[in-house]
Design a protein around this ligand. Structure first.
Ligand code: NAD
Length: 339
C-alpha cells in the first residue's frame, strides 16, 4: 500500500461521460489525479496505466491473468472496481502479484430491484408493445392481455442486498415470495418468505428472478434441465449476470412456450456489445439476434444500476477506497484474495 501518500494517480478505464462527471465530483474531497480513458481495460490497454498506482475498472473489462500481470509490471497496486460483481477479475493472480482488489458492494440496492419490477410490469402488461402500437394509431388490445401479479408466486434466487429489496417490493403486490440462498437473510425471513431447494422454488414459481453472483457453481444455473422443471409459461428475469442462464437453452424454452416471458438486463456475451452505440453496425452475435426476435423477450443493456443515486454511491465509495489505499489504511471493501 502507498503508506503516507495522500494523493495517488488513478487510470480510470471504460469511462463514459457520466463516469467522469460523478467520479470528478466525488474526487473534489479527495484530490487524486484521475486519468480517464474511454478504452476498456484488457491486456492490450493495461500499459495506459503506466505511472498510476491505481486502476479503476468496470463490469465488462477483461481483468484476467494477462491483464493483472501487465498491471503489476506497470506498478499498479490497487484495482478499484466500480461494480458489486467481481467475476471478471483473476483474484488469484492479483494475490500472487500483491495487488489489492476493492469493489462497491452496497450501492443503491433500490436501483436494480426497481428495474426488475420495471421489466416484470413491462413484460406482463406488454407496455413496450403498447407504446409502439399507440404511436401507429393502433389501439387494439388483442395480444396485450396480462395477468394480475396479486396471488402469484415469485421465486427469488439469491436474497442478498438486491434480492432482499426485490423481495420486499414484489411482496407489496400481494405475491407469495419463496427463495433460495445458502445463507437465509433474516430481513427476508421477517417478510414471511420461506426458503426451499432450487428445484422446488423453480417448480412452484410463476416468476423467477435471479440475484445470486456468477461463480463456477452458478454458471448456467438456469439450463435445459432446470427449465424443464419450471411451470409452463414462466417469467424469467435476470438482472444479475448473463452467464447464470444458458442462452441457447432458454431460446429453446421460448420456442416451446415453456418460458412465456424473458426479461434480461445482462447477457452472457454482453462484453463488446452493451454500453456502446452499435446502431450503425450489423450485429454479429446470432444468438443475441435470435433473442431479439421474440415478442415476449425484453432486453435492456445492463442499465439496472443506472440511477443518479447509484452512480453517486459508486463514485463516493470508489474514491473513499482509493483514499484508504493512499493513506495506507485498512481497506473496507477489499476482496478476500486468500480463497
Ligand atoms: P449480495 O452478495 O448482497 O447477494 C448475493 C446473494 O446470493 C447472497 O445472499 C449469497 O448467499 C447468494 N448466493 C450465492 N450463491 C447462491 C446460489 N448458488 N443460489 C442462491 N443464492 C446464492 O449481492 P447483491 O449486491 O445483492 O448483487 C447480486 C448480483 O447482482 C451481483 O452478483 C451482481 O452480479 C448483480 N448486479 C447487477 C447489476 C446490474 O446493473 N444489472 C448491478 C449490481 C449488481
Amino acid at each position: 500500500m502507498a503508506s503516507g501518500t495522500s494523493s495517488v494517480s488513478v487510470a480510470v478505464f471504460s469511462t463514459k461521460e457520466y463516469d467522469e462527471r460523478y467520479l470528478s465530483e466525488a474526487n473534489r474531497e479527495h484530490g487524486h489525479d484521475l486519468r480517464f480513458f474511454e478504452a476498456g481495460l484488457n491486456s492490450r490497454t493495461a500499459p495506459l496505466a503506466e505511472g498510476c498506482e491505481v486502476v479503476c475498472a468496470f463490469v465488462n473489462d477483461d481483468i484476467g491473468p494477462d491483464t493483472v500481470n501487465q498491471l503489476a509490471d506497470h506498478g499498479v497496486q490497487l484495482i478499484a472496481l466500480r461494480s458489486a460483481g467481481f467475476n471478471h477479475v483473476d483474484l488469484q493472480t492479483a494475490a500472487l502479484r500483491g495487488i489489492v482488489v476493492v469493489r462497491v458492494p452496497n450501492y443503491s440496492p433500490h436501483a436494480v430491484a426497481e428495474h426488475c419490477i420495471g421489466l416484470i410490469l413491462s413484460l406482463n402488461r406488454k407496455i413496450y408493445r403498447a407504446y409502439n402500437r399507440v404511436r401507429e394509431s393502433n389501439f387494439s388490445l388483442v395480444g396485450l392481455l396480462g395477468f394480475d401479479l396479486h396471488g402469484k408466486t415469485v421465486g427469488v434466487i439469491g436474497t442478498g442486498t438486491i434480492g432482499a429489496r426485490f423481495a420486499e417490493i414484489i411482496s407489496g403486490f400481494g405475491t407469495t415470495v419463496i427463495a433460495v440462498d445458502p445463507y437465509p437473510n433474516p430481513r427476508v425471513l421477517e417478510l414471511g418468505v420461506t426458503y426451499h431447494s432450487i428445484d422446488e422454488v423453480l417448480a412452484r414459481s410463476d416468476i423467477v428472478s435471479l440475484h445470486c453472483p456468477l461463480t463456477p457453481e452458478t454458471h448456467h444455473l438456469i439450463n435445459a434441465d432446470r427449465l424443464s422443471g419450471m411451470k409452463d409459461g414462466v417469467m424469467v428475469i435476470n438482472t444479475s449476470r448473463g452467464a447464470l442462464i444458458d442462452t441457447a437453452a432458454v431460446i429453446d424454452a421460448l420456442k416451446t412456450g415453456k418460458v412465456g416471458y424473458l426479461g434480461l438486463d445482462v447477457y452472457e456475451e454482453e462484453a463488446g456489445l452493451f454500453f456502446e452505440d452499435l446502431s450503425d453496425e450489423v450485429l454479429q452475435d446470432d444468438v443475441f439476434s435470435r433473442l431479439l426476435t421474440f415478442p415476449n423477450v425484453l432486453v435492456t443493456g445492463h442499465q439496472a444500476f443506472f440511477t443518479a443515486e447509484a452512480l453517486s454511491d459508486i463514485a463516493e465509495t470508489t474514491m473513499m477506497s482509493i483514499s484508504e489505499f493512499a493513506a495506507g489504511e485498512e481497506m473496507t471493501y477489499a476482496l478476500d484474495l486468500s480463497s
